[in-house]
Design a protein. Structure first.
Length: 568
């Protein structure tokens, strides 16, 4: 495939369907469940990927849009469509036949395209971006980031031979052994032998006969001259499995993640995670970031001396993770959730969607060495009994899917959290010196360090002092270019001083395993009256503004992080 970051196939015929698709806006009075694709008149074009409501003609619109493209697939061939990430609610049709309704925003979804006697196949996606707890239980209009509609990420078309690889799960052992455990899922061969050629870093290392049983086979691969992977030295190995007609190729990194006596270890070495929470956000493109912008963001994060990114608050684009693998970042990837409360935790559809999205996220991302932490339910009601079953279930699910990585969730209730048994790393979001329960209160910046110490104490007395402690959010807002003699709230000076104090605390305290500062860059948020608490209707706590222009805090964070991570 002519892939932009990394090609998972060299033999299989596949391509990205990105480019201009037919498009039309169907408005906000239609029932998206009742629309038939053959009745739609497409009157313009729109790029894919795109968040259509970030574009001038549909800015701020909520309703249903339709995208269409046509592709050539040889007659009688089976194919698969992979949507790397869609918006709120979508119906996908192939040749007028509905294949799937997707209500898991940001999840990677695969759809099989049955053989046909037509060579030209028509793909239609109805993309609805209206809030609806029934249709899209994972999204609410009170989430503090703009909920766009559309086809957020690339779409792939794969032509599938009768026997083909579905997934391969690669788990590197200790680098000294050079061994990688491989589990492969094969379609079209429930039981039988499958001859496979294994290439490592483009060299054939073995010819295996895999004994496929129940569509699965497990074996080991030896990587000659294995080198370890870390953020400082992100050495990747490429592993390709080739059967006669199909292949699957992945990049892996030999690295271990451990939680030892309150520290987080990478390859056995205590490691401080220093970085940012990052939204996929841009005023012109919404959450459908062009690759060039993603690369730009990562280069900025490197310049800041970061080794860590929290992908807030949803499963990440595979291109982003592939770039993190090669550029060297540790990533905390989480499923979609934001401040969920009783109505959600008691809603079986919400709980099922959380499970489904978390499972899909792990299956999509588990071969990426950059991902070191799985998470879910940002700032959910983890201080309430009714929330405990879902936190427990998601923790178990992460362990079932991938016992090799620690699990966490960002809590805003460190004083009385009831779910800390269900995490390996304690992650706390805290805004001392910024938010106040009493709006008449003045919150001095000296509070920052004291509050962090208080939280650490709470976590210890609650019996979780042996777990690494991460500050998964801390920060203050600043409007780009805003200065005033008092250095008041929203000035760049206030924010810079805030960030300096917070970073210094993290860097100096051996008990703190790391920080993901809130946040990398400003991002668009509420369209509701909640925007009254968010000047410009943006969350302004970025160290850069939405166009990636650095605020004053940039310099302070950069010098502290670079000194601590040893960036030259
Ligand atoms: C929360 C939340 C973020 C953002 C932040 C803020 O902690 O997780 O998404 O909303 O607060 O800016 O207040």
């Amino acid at each position: 495939m002519n892939d932009t970051v990394f090609s998972a196939h060299r033999i299989r015929r596949c391509s990205r369907l990105d480019g201009m698709w037919d498009f039309t806006w169907l408005g906000d009075v239609c029932d998206p469940a009742a629309i038939r694709p053959e009745t739609i008149e497409f009157d313009r074009r729109m790029p894919v990927p795109s968040a259509f409501d970030a574009y001038p003609d549909f800015a701020g619109c909520r309703g249903t849009a339709a995208y269409r493209t046509r592709v050539r697939v040889a007659i009688s061939s089976s194919a698969m469509l992979r949507f790397r990430g869609l918006g709120l609610w979508n119906r996908i049709f192939v040749d007028g036949v509905e294949c799937r309704t997707v209500s898991l925003p940001y999840s990677q979804i695969e759809i099989s395209v049955p053989p046909s006697s037509n060579e030209v196949r028509e793909i239609v996606v109805l993309a609805d971006n209206r809030f609806s707890r029934e249709r899209v239980p994972l999204v609410e209009n009170f989430y503090d980031f703009y909920a766009y509609g559309g086809i957020y990420r690339s779409v792939e078309l794969h032509i599938l031979p009768e026997i083909h690889f579905v997934h391969v799960r690669l788990t590197p052992q200790k680098v000294e052994t050079g061994l990688v455990d491989a589990e492969v899922e094969v379609a079209g061969l429930g039981e039988g032998d499958l001859p496979v050629r294994v290439r490592v870093d483009d060299r054939v290392v073995s010819e295996e006969t895999l004994h496929v049983c129940g569509g699965r086979a497990a074996f080991q691969i030896f990587v000659p001259e294995a080198r370890s992977w870390s953020a400082e030295s992100p050495h990747l190995h490429t592993i390709a499995l080739e059967s006669g007609t199909d292949d699957i190729c992945q990049r892996i990194g030999f690295r271990t993640v451990g939680c030892v006596d309150g520290t987080l270890t990478i390859n056995g070495k205590a490691t401080k995670l220093l970085g940012y929470c990052r939204h996929e956000a841009h005023p012109q493109f919404g959450c459908a970031l062009p690759l060039a912008q993603t690369v730009q963001d990562l280069q900025i994060l490197k310049d800041l001396g970061c080794n860590f990114i929290r992908g807030s608050h949803y499963p990440q684009d595979p291109d982003f993770l592939a770039l993190c693998d090669e550029m060297g970042f540790y990533v905390f990837e989480e499923s979609l959730g934001w401040g969920n409360r009783e109505a959600h935790f008691r809603n079986p559809e919400f709980c099922a969607a959380q499970e489904e999205q978390t499972r899909l996220m792990i299956r999509k991302s588990r071969n990426h060495p950059s991902v070191i932490l799985w998470g879910y339910l940002n700032e959910g009601a983890s201080n309430e009994e009714y929330a405990v079953p879902l936190y427990r279930r998601l923790y178990q699910l992460c362990k079932e899917e991938d016992p090799s990585r620690p699990v966490t969730y960002a809590t805003m209730f460190p004083d009385d959290d009831k779910c800390l048994d269900y995490c390996d790393v304690v992650s706390v979001n805290t805004y001392p010196g910024w938010y106040a329960a009493d709006m008449d209160e003045f919150r001095p910046l000296s509070e920052i360090s004291a509050r962090i110490d208080e939280i650490l104490d709470r976590v210890r007395t609650a019996g979780h002092g042996h777990k690494p402690f991460l500050i998964s959010e801390i920060g203050a807002g600043a409007i780009y270019g805003w200065r005033d003699p008092l250095g008041a709230h929203w000035t760049e000076d206030f924010q810079a001083e805030y960030m300096r104090i917070a970073c210094q605390k993290v860097v100096e305290s051996p008990r703190i395993a790391g920080v993901s500062l809130w946040q990398f860059c400003d991002c668009r948020t509420y369209a509701s009256a909640r925007a009254l608490q968010r000047p410009r209707a943006f969350n302004n706590k970025g160290t850069l503004d939405e166009y990636r222009r650095p605020k004053a805090a940039y310099r302070d964070v950069r010098s502290l992080f670079r000194a601590a991570t040893g960036a030259s």
